[in-house]
Design a protein around this ligand. Structure first.
Ligand SMILES: *C1O[C@H](CO)[C@@H](O)[C@H](O)[C@H]1NC(C)=O
Ligand SMILES: *[C@@H]1O[C@H](CO)[C@@H](O)[C@H](O)[C@H]1NC(C)=O
Ligand SMILES: *[C@@H]1O[C@H](CO)[C@@H](O)[C@H](O)[C@H]1NC(C)=O
Ligand SMILES: *[C@@H]1O[C@H](CO)[C@@H](O)[C@H](O)[C@H]1NC(C)=O
Ligand SMILES: *[C@@H]1O[C@H](CO)[C@@H](O)[C@H](O)[C@H]1NC(C)=O
Ligand SMILES: *[C@@H]1O[C@H](CO)[C@@H](O)[C@H](O)[C@H]1NC(C)=O
Ligand SMILES: *[C@@H]1O[C@H](CO)[C@@H](O)[C@H](O)[C@H]1NC(C)=O
Ligand SMILES: *[C@@H]1O[C@H](CO)[C@@H](O)[C@H](O)[C@H]1NC(C)=O
Length: 574
């Protein structure tokens, strides 16, 4: 099966390792407000692209409800599963200090919530401010089961390290799937990659680049007042693609990423990989009018496998101020269409302005965007740990579980399973074990040793990882195809400083890959193109103001070096 997208593999399924950290006692209760939600998960029909599709959603909404908290609050979410699927909800990026039990990973931290069963998540939000998100931790279904998770500072919006915005607006980029997502996920575990998203979305809407029966589709509209500043809380909830986001005629000032403040960075384009969040200020300082907001998924160039990718667009629309209308000599322009009477620039008059997007195959713009972000020094944040206790070099790849013979061609028979790998091993989801890994670990049942293997600290074989000759499937690449599956864990001593270099390979067909570490922030030391060479790379490490993230993008045909401190006991996915 060659027609697949490698990003899909790492993002959605197999190459996930589990880190185990020793457990300690529970944290003291924070004295703060309690935020409570009930999430009813069920299936409902929604119309997009002129077609009704059955989607699995929370409380009938797409995107799902936003959870808004103040730092220090405790959160209670009652999940009522009225869908036909086993689900869990993961609070992506919420560190949940010493409370890994509510991290929401099936068979790692809990049993899945079965159909017609309920489950309550309880956790505190401490020491974090900014935008995160929640999603179902079930392959495929997170495409529709997701929403924003907003953490406001305890001292109020005046304490933002940037001017207080007029309004705060979630901008959730996602995909629209007409395919059955649960079936797609089941297929993926069998190495079958046949389905693709039918559209991309902004806040659940496909926008007017998609059409059917000649009808312009509804798109997301952000109404702005001239001169005001808006804080966009941007989330990529798509399953696989990284997106470029632009608004014609405007620039963004990036102020945070993954709920960590960054040194203000002004840019006309934002690059956001699956799972990442970016907070950016938008000043409505252009001539009043209508401006398209475009989200374009990017894709590695040929000979990488090309999958269908669709841009989507919404719009920024300026409010025409009352004084402009009454004092102006062109009063009539304020009394035209219904839209204009509501006070906004209407559909008549000038066509909305279209931004010039990067090329769909441009990956360097993403590399530079991520490379230009540095953390804002902020009280209470981790300093860079100078002394490293443990180093891992994790090589990302694709491979085949060959049932017959040593060498096999991808998809050559039903028996050969295509998988994503870390150091040549593919993560076997622990479905066969009787208790979740965290429980087994906590009660010292011995089950972990019996059912898991250690994630290797480096690749078993060295090769030229970024040799472009390996991109197309052929005899050279085939030598590297055979791989295996195991439930991989790695244990870290409490307090250990761990450095990980993630290396992309050409076997990933040139794709970039986001890596998300649960329960911890990663300190981004450096990224580079080509093969990681410590002799050169270490000199480029940013030990002064490195970016702090829960999700890092490993550049295509490149590497990224991170550190984290194993200070949050539990069992976590990466
Ligand atoms: C929209 O319709 C036009 C005209 O029929 C067609 O050329 C275009 O490909 C369609 N776009 C999409 C995304 O289907
Ligand atoms: C799904 O849940 C929503 C929110 O609770 C409810 O309004 C809707 O009626 C439910 N739909 C079905 C088909 O049960
Ligand atoms: C749902 O979870 C239960 C309990 O963990 C398991 O027995 C069952 O096989 C799961 N069902 C599916 C469809 O995965
Ligand atoms: C799953 O795989 C089967 C068998 O190859 C195929 O018929 C079906 O269309 C696939 N479904 C999806 C959603 O990809
Ligand atoms: C920042 O972006 C510019 C281009 O916009 C690029 O030349 C520069 O190398 C980037 N810096 C880093 C550290 O990536
Ligand atoms: C499990 O394996 C770890 C690491 O190899 C070892 O330290 C530990 O003692 C083992 N536990 C049991 C119960 O065998
Ligand atoms: C690895 O492959 C790249 C790209 O094909 C090539 O430029 C480089 O020279 C190779 N490196 C080595 C050590 O062979
Ligand atoms: C990966 O593991 C398989 C199965 O153990 C082995 O046959 C193969 O040589 C390994 N490949 C690499 C590149 O390490």
């Amino acid at each position: 099966m060659v027609s697949m997208e490698s990003r899909s593999l790492l993002a959605a399924a197999p190459a996930l390792a589990v880190a185990i950290i020793f457990l300690s006692t529970t944290a003291p209760l924070a004295r703060a407000a309690s935020v409570e939600h009930t999430f009813v998960v069920n299936q409902t029909k929604m119309t997009r692209l002129c077609k009704e599709t059955l989607v699995t959603v929370v409380n009938g909404q797409l995107p799902g409800p936003t959870i808004e908290v103040t730092e220090g609050d405790s959160v209670t979410v009652h999940v009522v599963n009225r869908s036909p699927y086993n689900i869990t909800i993961h609070w992506h990026g919420v560190k949940q200090f010493r409370n890994c039990w509510a991290d929401g990973v099936p068979m790692v931290t809990q049993y899945p919530i079965q159909p017609n069963k309920d489950f309550t998540y309880r956790f505190n939000v401490v020491g974090q401010e900014g935008t995160l998100w929640w999603h179902a931790h079930v392959p495929g279904l997170r495409a529709t089961l997701h929403g924003a998770f907003i953490i406001r500072p305890r001292l109020g919006a005046e304490s933002y390290p940037f001017p207080k915005p007029h309004k705060e607006i979630p901008v959730i980029i996602g995909d629209w799937w007409e395919e059955d997502l649960a079936e797609m996920a089941r297929n993926m575990t069998k190495g079958i990659f046949l389905s693709y998203a039918s559209a991309s979305t902004v806040n659940g809407l496909v926008g007017d680049l998609f059409n059917c029966s000649g009808v312009t589709k509804e798109g997301y509209v952000l109404d702005v007042e001239p001169g005001k500043t808006y804080l966009l809380r941007i989330i990529n909830a798509g399953l696989f693609s990284e997106f470029y986001l632009k608004i014609a005629g405007h620039k963004f000032t990036v102020v945070a990423a993954d709920a960590n403040y960054v040194s203000p960075f002004t840019t006309d384009v934002i690059a956001i990989a699956a799972g990442e969040t970016v907070d950016a200020l938008l000043i409505a300082n252009a001539a009043p009018g209508r401006y398209y907001m475009v989200a374009l998924p990017n894709q590695a160039p040929l000979p990488d496998t090309q999958t269908p990718e669709y841009a989507t667009r919404g719009m920024v629309r300026y409010k025409v101020s009352h004084s402009t209308c009454t004092s102006s000599t062109t009063v009539s322009s304020c009394q035209g269409t219904e839209e204009e009477e509501k006070g906004y620039r209407g559909t008549s008059g000038d066509a909305p302005i279209v931004p010039k997007m990067p090329d769909i195959h441009d990956t360097i713009t993403s590399f530079y965007f991520h490379g230009n972000l540095t953390s804002l020094h902020h009280q209470g944040q981790l300093p860079v740990q100078q002394q490293v206790d443990e180093r891992l070099f994790i090589v990302l790849g694709l491979g085949t579980i060959c049932k017959k013979g040593q060498f096999c061609k991808r998809g050559s028979s039903d028996e050969d399973l295509l998988v994503a790998t870390m150091n040549n091993a593919s993560f076997q989801h622990p479905t066969a074990i009787p208790t979740p890994l965290l429980e087994a670990h906590y009660y010292h049942t011995g089950l972990i040793n019996a059912t898991t293997q250690e994630l290797p600290k480096g690749p078993p074989k060295l090769f030229n990882f970024t040799d472009e000759a390996l991109i197309p499937f052929g005899p050279k690449e085939m030598q590297l195809e055979p791989t295996y599956k195991a439930t991989l864990v790695r244990r870290f001593r409490h307090g250990a400083v761990v450095e990980i270099v993630f290396q992309s390979t050409a076997i990933l067909q040139g794709d970039s890959n986001p890596m998300h570490l649960h329960g911890h922030d990663m300190i981004v030391l450096a990224q580079g193109l080509g093969n990681y060479d410590p002799a050169k790379a270490v000199a480029t490490y940013n030990l002064v103001n490195p970016l702090i993230k829960n999700t890092v993008l490993v550049p295509n045909l490149g590497w990224i070096a991170i550190r984290f401190v194993a200070n949050n006991p539990g069992v976590y996915k990466i």
